[in-house]
Design a binder for this molecule. Structure first.
Ligand SMILES: Cc1cc2nc3c(=O)[nH]c(=O)nc-3n(C[C@H](O)[C@H](O)[C@H](O)COP(=O)(O)OP(=O)(O)OC[C@H]3O[C@@H](n4cnc5c(N)ncnc54)[C@H](O)[C@@H]3O)c2cc1C
Length: 510
C-alpha cells in the first residue's frame, strides 16, 4: 500500500473529535463557533445511515438551551417540529407527539401467533386497555421530532465547517500518543483503494464521539486502558432494524377496527410507536418523506422469534419495501455495550461512546446532547475549574448510564403484561420528567439527572425489582407502587382513571 502525505491545513488543534455522528458534529460546531481550533475525524462518509432517531422533550430542551447560551438560533429552530420544518424544510424529519405502546397479546398456534391485539382484555382493575400513550408535547406547536440522522448529522458537520472546524471524512486515527498535547497520526482513504494519505497532528483534548460501533486504534485504547464492561449492564437485547417505504398506518388500522378512541391525546402515528409482544417489541418511527424506521428488539437468551408471527405487525409491513439507505435488515447481536474509563488525562468519551443501553425509551439522543452541553461548558471554562468538572463528568455519566440501564431492564421484565409494563415504565417517566423540569428551571447541567440526586428513588427501584421477583399480581403491583412513586412525580403518573392516556407534557415549553 502506498502512503503519501495528506495536504496540510492546521496541524495543531485545541480539540480533536473522533466520530462525525450528531454528538461529534454538534460538539465541533459549538466549540468552533466559540473560537476553538477543532478537528473532527469520521471514518465513513459524512451523512452515512445511522440509527437512533427518536428525540425527546429532554433532548429538545438541551438543544434550546445550547442555542440560547451559545447564540446559535438554528439549534432553537431544531427543537420543535414546526420550527424545524419552517427553518429547514430540506432537513428530513418526522413529527413526534409522544410515546405510544400497544400490547399485542397472543396465543401460540401451530405456525403463527394469532395477534390478540384487538381481543385482548386486561384482566386487572388498573388500566382498562392494552395500550399506553404518554404525551410529550401539549400541542403540535411543541411537537418533538424523529431525526433522519443522515441529514441531521451532515447538517451539524456542515455548520461546524462553516464556523471553521476542520472536518474530515473517510479518515481514521491509526495511532496516537497520549501526552500534552496528544499526538495523532491520521490516515485518509483516497479514491485509489491502495493508497493512504497520512498526517501527524496534535491536540490538547481528544474526544471520543465514535458511538456504539466505534473502535479506537489499539495503541490509543491501550494507553487509555480502555476495557469493555458490557457485563455490568442488566439489559440484554438483540435488535434488527432498517428503513422502509410503504409501511401501513397504525392509526388507520385502529380506525378500521374501531379501536381508535375519541380521547386519544395525539394521532398514534405521530409517536415513537412501540408494538409490544411477549417475545419482544417493534418500533416504528414515521418520517415525513414516506420512510419509516422499523426495528424489532428481543431480550437475549430467548429463542429468536419472527415478528411476522404477529398478524397486525405483518399487516402494517405487508407492502413495505426496504428504503435505499438500508437494502436489508441490520442486525446487532447484543445492543448493550459499555467501555471504561470515561476520562483519562485529556481523553474524554461522550456518553454515547461510553455505552449504548437500548432503543426502549429513546434515551441516547438526550444523553448525547447532555454530554455535548457539559463538555462545551467544561472545555470553555477556566483551567482551574476544568479538572473538577471533568472528574464530576466521568462519575455522573457512569451513574446515569447505570440508572437508565436499571430502569430499562425493569421494563423488559414486564414485557408479558401491558399492565405491569405500564406500572414500571412510570418509574422511567418520573425520572425523565424530573430531569426536564430540573433543567428547565435552570438546574445545573453538570448535576446527575434521572433522579440520581435522590437516594430514595434508587431504593424504590430496588424495592420494585423485589416486587417483580415475588411475582406480585398486577393489581397489587399498581397499588403498591402508586403511593411510593407519588413523591417523585408531578405528572399524574400511574393513575388508573386515565386508562393509559397521559396528557402531561413535561417541562413548560412556553
Ligand atoms: C438499535 C438501536 C436503536 C436506537 N434507537 C434510539 C432512539 O430511538 N433514540 C435515541 O435517542 N437513541 C437511540 N439509540 C442510541 C443512538 O443510536 C445513539 O445514542 C446515537 O446514535 C449516538 O450518536 P453519536 O453521534 O454519539 O454516535 P454515532 O451515531 O454512532 O456516530 C459515531 C460516528 O463515529 C464514527 N466512528 C466510529 N469509530 C471511529 C473512529 N475510530 N474514528 C473516526 N470515526 C469513527 C462512526 O462511523 C460514526 O459515524 C439506538 C441505538 C441502537 C443500537
Amino acid at each position: 500500500m502506498m502512503r503519501r502525505k495528506m495536504p496540510d491545513s492546521s496541524t495543531e488543534y485545541d480539540v480533536a473529535i473522533l466520530g462525525g455522528g450528531f454528538s461529534g458534529g454538534l460538539l465541533a460546531w459549538v466549540l468552533a463557533a466559540r473560537g476553538m481550533r477543532v478537528l473532527l475525524v469520521e471514518r465513513e462518509r459524512f451523512g452515512r445511515f445511522a440509527i437512533g432517531e427518536s428525540s425527546t422533550p429532554m433532548a429538545d430542551l438541551v438543544l434550546r438551551q445550547l442555542g440560547k447560551k451559545y447564540e446559535l438560533p438554528q439549534l432553537h429552530a431544531l427543537s420543535t417540529y414546526p420550527s424545524w420544518k419552517e427553518a429547514f424544510p430540506n432537513l428530513r424529519c418526522g413529527k413526534k407527539r409522544g410515546f405510544s405502546y400497544y400490547h399485542h397479546g397472543g396465543v401460540p398456534s401451530d405456525h403463527r401467533i394469532d395477534d390478540g391485539f384487538h381481543e385482548y382484555k386486561d384482566q386487572t382493575t388498573s388500566p382498562k386497555r392494552n395500550s399506553l400513550l404518554v404525551t410529550a408535547s401539549p400541542s403540535d406547536t411543541w411537537a418533538d421530532t424523529h431525526w433522519l440522522r443522515s441529514d441531521v448529522d451532515a447538517f451539524f458537520i456542515k455548520q461546524a465547517t462553516l464556523v471553521g472546524a476542520d472536518c474530515r471524512e473517510c479518515t481514521e486515527v491509526v495511532s496516537a500518543e497520549m501526552g500534552e498535547p496528544i499526538r495523532l497520526t491520521l490516515c485518509k482513504r483516497t479514491s485509489n483503494d491502495d493508497e493512504r494519505a497520512s498526517q501527524m497532528v496534535s491536540s490538547r483534548w481528544l474526544i471520543n464521539a465514535s458511538g456504539r460501533f466505534g473502535v479506537l486504534p489499539e495503541n490509543l485504547a491501550a494507553s487509555i486502558g480502555l476495557r469493555r464492561v458490557d457485563q455490568r449492564l442488566q439489559t440484554s437485547t438483540r435488535s434488527v432494524f432498517a428503513h422502509f417505504r410503504n409501511v401501513g398506518s397504525w392509526t388507520d388500522e385502529l380506525r378500521r377496527t374501531n379501536q381508535l378512541g375519541d380521547d386519544e391525546p395525539f394521532d398514534p402515528d405521530d409517536a415513537a410507536q412501540h408494538h409490544l409482544t411477549e417475545d419482544g417489541w417493534m418500533w416504528m418511527l414515521r418520517l415525513d418523506h414516506g420512510v419509516t424506521s422499523v426495528g424489532w428488539t428481543q431480550p437475549s437468551g430467548r429463542d429468536r422469534v419472527d415478528w411476522q408471527r404477529y398478524a397486525s405487525l405483518q399487516c402494517m409491513m405487508r407492502d413495505a419495501k426496504f428504503d435505499d439507505a438500508t437494502p436489508d435488515w441490520i442486525r446487532v447481536d447484543r445492543v448493550q455495550r459499555m467501555q471504561l474509563p470515561i476520562r483519562k488525562q485529556n481523553y474524554i468519551a461522550m456518553p454515547t461512546a461510553v455505552a449504548t443501553i437500548d432503543p426502549l425509551h429513546s434515551t441516547g439522543i438526550a444523553h448525547g446532547l447532555c454530554g455535548v452541553a457539559r463538555l462545551v461548558d467544561t472545555l470553555l471554562s477556566e483551567p482551574v475549574r476544568q479538572q473538577d468538572l471533568l472528574a464530576s463528568y466521568a462519575e455522573t455519566v457512569e451513574r446515569e448510564l447505570m440508572r437508565i440501564d436499571s430502569l430499562v431492564a425493569m421494563c423488559y421484565r414486564c414485557l408479558r403484561s401491558m399492565s405491569r409494563f405500564e406500572a414500571v415504565s412510570m418509574l422511567y417517566f418520573a425520572a425523565a420528567i424530573h430531569s426536564e423540569e430540573f433543567l428547565a428551571s435552570g438546574g445545573n447541567m453538570h448535576s446527575p439527572l434521572w433522579l440520581l440526586g435522590n437516594a430514595e428513588f434508587g431504593h424504590l427501584i430496588d424495592a420494585t425489582n423485589r416486587q417483580l421477583d415475588r411475582n406480585t399480581a398486577d393489581t397489587d403491583l399498581w397499588n403498591w407502587l402508586r403511593p411510593r412513586l407519588e413523591p417523585f412525580q408531578t405528572a399524574g403518573l400511574l393513575d388508573p382513571a386515565v386508562g393509559g392516556r397521559y396528557r402531561y407534557t413535561g417541562e413548560a415549553k412556553g
